[in-house]
Every structure is written in C-alpha cells, then in structure tokens.
Design a protein around this ligand. Structure first.
Ligand code: MN
Length: 228
C-alpha cells in the first residue's frame, strides 16, 4: 500500500523482561474511581455506571521521555493511575473473558489541564481539551500479567521532586479492573493494544516546569520522568 503521506508512527511501550514492545491502539480512562479523589474534586461516585473518557494513542509518552509542559493551560495536574494493557478484546465480555484479555500492568499519569476541565464542566462541554492533549499520558514499561499481578493491597503512589503527593491502594477502587473491562466492552469493541487508565487516588495537584516525578505501582512497575 502506498499512502499520500508517511504512515504515522505506532506508539508502543516497553515490556519488563522482554525486547518486544506493546503497540498501543486506544487509550481508555475511567473517571472518579477512588471515592476520596471524587470528593476532593467536589464530585460524587456513581457506583452503578463508571464515567469514561479517551486519550489518543499518540498522547502516550514512553521510555521515560521528557514531558513538555502543555500549551493552553496554567494548571497542569498529575493523576497517578494503574494502567492495564489488553492482549485480547471483543464486545460484551464476561468476567472471565475480561480477566483473560489482560496482557499486563503499568503505571502512568493521566495528565490533566485542570483549568480547562473546570471550564468544560461548567459549560457541560466534553473533556477532550482537558484530557486528550499531546503528551498527556506518560506510561511505564509493562509487567506481563502472571509474573506479578496487582492485588487489593498493592500500593500506588506518586512522588514529585522526592515529596509524596499521592498514595492509595488498589483495593480502594470503586470499580475493579475486571468490572471496568466488562463495562467498557458494552460500549466499545475492545481490541489487543488497548490501554486502560484505572483512576487516581486523592492528592492530585499541580506540576511545574522542571518537576521530576516518580510513579510507582508497588512491586510491578515504576515510571520516572520530568516536566520540561
Ligand atoms: Mn484520571
């Protein structure tokens, strides 16, 4: 096949313990999946129906690359989140199909232009400009499932310039990973290569140019990077 312009690059993530990489197709995100974070945002958790949004695949920042401070904001926020990578898909998956679709786990930042999100919320506009901007999804190398799988006790935390900003445990999630995949599959046909950001614990705050961040999913994955 010949194209009129060069084919866009396929974003991909490194895999811990492998030379192969994980190609990214889509990035799904769940909002308000930790009650304390929902409270700090002045929102309430809807336990019956998760709130989803998306980022473009090429928003993923890999291999610890620098993250440029985005244009159009003066209030860039960090949200540390477990990231689930899918090796299989489908629609209307059941729980065992959802569990079997998981390739592995990483940790990432759902970077957010909080000032633009506040405007979007006030005007009942979509969240794209607040969430789906360039470089808005730094993600660690992935740990294949089975080698080390997260549990309810697994800690997730974020340090910025060596100061602890966010910490939580996966057991605090309102919707479990399997529940998220099952529900997403009622709305979208999931496919291999999809990433899912699974929500952030409390403690979201601003990042500045020059900040160094260290995100960790205990015993599974870690991500270091810098805002430039
Ligand atoms: Mn988030």
């Amino acid at each position: 096949m010949r194209y009129v312009i060069d084919l866009p690059a396929t974003p991909s993530l490194p895999i811990i313990g492998s030379d192969e990489r994980f190609p990214v197709r889509r990035v799904f995100c769940i909002g308000r999946n930790y009650a304390e974070h929902a409270r700090e945002m002045g929102a309430t958790v809807d336990a019956s129906m998760p709130m989803f949004f998306c980022k473009p695949a090429d928003a993923v920042v890999t291999d610890g690359a620098d993250v440029p401070y985005p244009q159009g904001t003066s209030d860039l926020h960090h949200e540390v989140e477990m990231v689930v990578a899918l090796k299989a898909g489908g629609h209307d998956l059941n729980a065992s199909q959802a569990a079997a679709a998981i390739f592995g786990y990483g940790v990432g930042l759902d970077l957010t232009r909080r000032d633009l999100q506040a405007i979007a919320k006030a005007k009942s506009h979509p969240w794209d400009v607040a969430k789906a901007f360039d470089h808005s999804a730094p993600v660690s190398a992935l740990r294949p499932a089975g080698k080390a799988s997260p549990s309810a006790d697994t800690a997730i935390n974020l340090h910025v310039n060596d100061t602890l900003r966010q910490q939580g445990r996966l057991g605090e999630m309102v919707h479990s990973v399997v529940d998220i995949i099952v529900t997403l599959s009622t709305l979208f046909e999931l496919k291999p290569g999809d990433l899912i950001f699974t929500g952030t614990p409390a403690g979201v705050a601003a990042l500045q140019r020059g900040d160094r961040f260290h995100a960790e999913l205990e015993g599974i994955a870690a991500l270091d990077g810098r805002i430039v």
